[in-house]
Design a protein around this ligand. Sequence first.
Ligand code: GAL
Ligand code: CA
Length: 340
Amino acid sequence: MKRAMVFLLALGLCLSGASVFAAPKPSIGCIIYKFDDTFMSYLRNQIQTDAKGKMDISVQDGQNDQPKENDEVDQFISQGATVLAINMVDPSAVSVMIGKAQKKNLPLVLFNREPDPADMAKYGKAYYVGAKAQDSGTYEGQIMAKYWKAHPEADLNKDGVMQYVMLIGDPANTDAKFRTQYSIAAVEAAGIKTKLVASDTAMWDRPKAQEKMAAWLTAYAGQIEVVFANNDDMALGAIEALKAAGYFKNGKYMPVVGVDATPPALDALAQGTLLGTVKNDAVGQGDAVFDLCYSLGNGKAAASKYPLATQDGKANPNGKYIWVPYTMVTKDNYKQFMAK
Ligand code: GAL
Ligand code: CA
């Protein structure tokens, strides 16, 4: 009797470990580079919401560890996932990921961290969903340029030059590179000279950004005129540091811009601390990822309510990219992005 129980228990454990997917329904094996990332958590929720009742889905946390993410993909493959939806930890390791999918002829939908186009070209069933990071940088710069022109008092040392600090996301990420570069390019294109006071990576992270900003406020007291952040979490971290240094009361102000338009960032906009942000459409990108998984997972041609395009953004029915547009968000329009 006892032995039979043990056997049944062991069998049950084996079965539950054998697969998270209930064949024969097509299934998505999805990995997020790390769960502890504000923007990615909204994107993840959307993919899961879309999948309800339509496809089996299992979502794993890459924990910011590429070898771990590779192991998780191997497991999904052995468990019979019919399509892989992957947010790379390290986009430069994408050829390994592509190799794994290709070996089993599985469609691979990559998202959020853009791979090298040369890697993408290696596999006909590799797709990418993202947003053109250049645009987000340009919008950030335009928001800041507009503020600067309307507020001559922002030029603290009256030298006609915008002295700025830049909080950078993961430096290996194209979003971080392009936002850093294009934000300043847009300010200069508006005819404003700029000078970098300090910049550093804070890895998209709010507490890290708060620390950096607090240190800069001490090291460069009175020299910083504006703050650029590659995302809202870091912008909000900078705002915390500024608040601790007495800003945002008694007329003491410093303009801060970010990217994402997350709910906490929209609250900060409403409170008048965050000057502006750029909507990074987590819902739209989540929908596009699911649309691709759904069509490809059901053995159909890639399809989505968003247009398929080439890497350079041209609509093309045979394209392997979906680019979800960014939108500029300021105090004039932020309300339309807040949850009803
Ligand atoms: C960016 C986003 C950041 C962070 C990053 C992760 O698009 O703006 O907040 O989520 O993706 O790769
Ligand atoms: Ca100045």
